[in-house]
Design a protein around this ligand. Sequence first.
Ligand code: C2E
Ligand code: MG
Ligand code: MG
Ligand code: MG
Length: 278
Amino acid sequence: VAKNKRGNYYQLYKENIQRMDNRALEMETKLYKAIHQDLLELHYQPKIDIKSNKMIGMEALLRWHDSELGQIPPNKFIPIAEESGLICDIGEWVLRKASLQIKQWKEQYGLNLRVAVNISPTHFEEPCFIDRLKSIIEETNVEPKNLEIEITELSMMHYNNELINKIKKLKDLGLTISIDDFGTGYSSLSYLKNFPVDTLKIDRSFIVSMIDGDSNIAMVSAIISLAHALKMNVVAEGVETEYELEILKKHHCEFVQGYYFSKPLCVSDFNRFLEDNR
Ligand code: C2E
Ligand code: MG
Ligand code: MG
Ligand code: MG
């Protein structure tokens, strides 16, 4: 009986894996088409100066609407893109699209802000990443000072000289670098002082937790102090409430991003927002 049961479980397991594989494969195929048929879209979320309430820049966030599967969140399709190698194509598409948008906003509204693009660790680690980026900058004629790269703390875990050199090269090109989702990487903190990064983005989970007590606020405050001691700026991610905003202000956080100010907006909504705030 036991053997039989195990056999059945195995069968079930095999079918499940196969089903998952098929789903992932279907998504991968659709994603490939989406990239090459220009079916992806960037939305933009403002980053706000906590003191002046002014927009200091925005983050480009990828959106994918499939005619059959509907809206698919990046947390679902980015891992598939990473596993299948599509992530480099996606990353380059995002860089190119955001660069063209920066130019468009400059011409249309005289906007001279920085747009941040998320780059996956797998893409960032590609040997040709810098050269490809350079050619996108040349091709789109974007000013590097208007371009920011967000890399997650996870990318920093394979900490070595090559990685430091890569970040230095980006800085030499005139780009700004942020560490995204800071506090979730479980990595040693010692890498921070060796990396010429400009900004730490405190992960949303820390911001949400502040309401649960003083020790959580102390954590956020400590991250802010650490960043400042290393001459970095701080962005708090996912700010949704007045309460969070007030605490962050009190603890000298300089920039915030979150639904409290604005959700990520598609270009036409963003343009309306810009026209209203002219
Ligand atoms: P992330 O880079 O940390 O981006 C912040 C995420 O938090 C975004 O989710 C944003 O819509 C969401 N968010 C912003 N404010 C709030 C808030 O007040 N409350 C809540 N609950 N959420 C807020 P999104 O757009 O779903 O993206 C999720 C993640 O997917 C991003 O996290 C990033 O890691 C990845 N991602 C998005 N676009 C790209 C891309 O173009 N390339 C790569 N490689 N990854 C991307
Ligand atoms: Mg980000
Ligand atoms: Mg983040
Ligand atoms: Mg995140």
